[in-house]
Design a protein around this ligand. Structure first.
Ligand SMILES: NC(=O)c1ccc[n+]([C@@H]2O[C@H](COP(=O)([O-])OP(=O)(O)OC[C@H]3O[C@@H](n4cnc5c(N)ncnc54)[C@H](OP(=O)(O)O)[C@@H]3O)[C@@H](O)[C@H]2O)c1
Length: 226
């Protein structure tokens, strides 16, 4: 039985991962701003904003950490205000780095593994994605740097999803026509479901010979031109 810390366990991909881990008998410590609407004997929750979280409540040992908060704030470049860039950087990259600093001791104690989230918009230039691509580009740099620095004791990887049906993507997938258009843009002709991402996340958490990788789980978006 292992112990995982999931930041963003309340909804979306973080929730799907928490449910998979609980189903296989692991312990989950979940942190979100609001309490989850599900419970489990092996789930303990911390209610906090990860940007200001002081690091309290961590167990002595962590087999895995998942950092799943993020933002989708798409607009023409000239429309971005300095607060947009700062907020996107803070929640996607800076808070992830500060969380990993706070959890390092517990991860080291269990030779654990960390999983972060990027986006397909880092490797593919996409209009209106400048701010999120900047922030997630920083996440990818962090993943590779830290994977080198922490090897061989701990592993660090990321998933770069394309659009996935979660509360975060609601603005983009919120009506049928937009959802159908989004599906059509993908070589595999559908948008992502949380299970697609959660199973890939589990693979990266579990596989002891993968580190420093950014895995595209994106319906073929980053590499296929059918
Ligand atoms: N969905 C997509 O299309 C897509 C595409 C590319 C990349 N990604 C990335 O994939 C990751 C997961 O996305 P998702 O779609 O599953 O997101 P989501 O549905 O919005 O879930 C995010 C989770 O993080 C928590 N959270 C958000 N801000 C927080 C904060 N400041 N402090 C503590 N907890 C916070 C949320 O709970 P509370 O609201 O209760 O805090 C929620 O549990 C993100 O990094 C996102 O950037 C997603």
């Amino acid at each position: 039985m292992k112990t995982y810390f999931i930041i963003g366990h309340r909804s979306g991909i973080g929730r799907a991962l928490a449910e998979l881990l609980l189903q296989r008998g692991d312990y989950v410590l979940g942190l979100s701003r609001q309490p989850a609407d599900f419970s489990h004997a092996n789930l303990r929750e911390i209610q906090a904003d990860i940007v200001t979280w002081d690091g309290s409540g961590l167990p002595e040992e962590l087999d895995g950490l998942v950092y799943a908060p993020g933002s989708i704030n798409l607009k023409p470049f000239k429309g971005y205000k300095i607060e947009d860039f700062r907020n996107d950087f803070e929640i996607n990259a800076l808070a992830a780095a500060l969380t990993l600093q706070k959890a390092e001791k517990a991860l080291r104690a269990a030779q654990g593994s960390a999983l972060l989230f990027s986006t397909v918009a880092v490797s593919q230039g996409m209009s209106y994605h400048a701010s999120i691509a900047m922030a997630k580009g920083a996440v990818e740099g962090l993943v590779r740097s830290l994977a080198a620095e922490w090897a061989p004791a701990m592993r660090v990887n990321a998933i770069a999803p394309s659009i996935t049906d979660t509360p975060l993507a609601n603005k983009i997938l919120g009506n049928e026509a937009r959802a159908a258009a989004a599906a059509e843009r993908h070589p595999l002709k559908r948008v992502g479901q949380v299970a697609d991402l959660a199973h890939a996340g589990l693979l990266l958490l579990d596989n002891s010979w993968i580190s420093g990788q950014v895995l595209g789980v994106d319906g073929g978006m980053s590499s296929l031109r059918p």
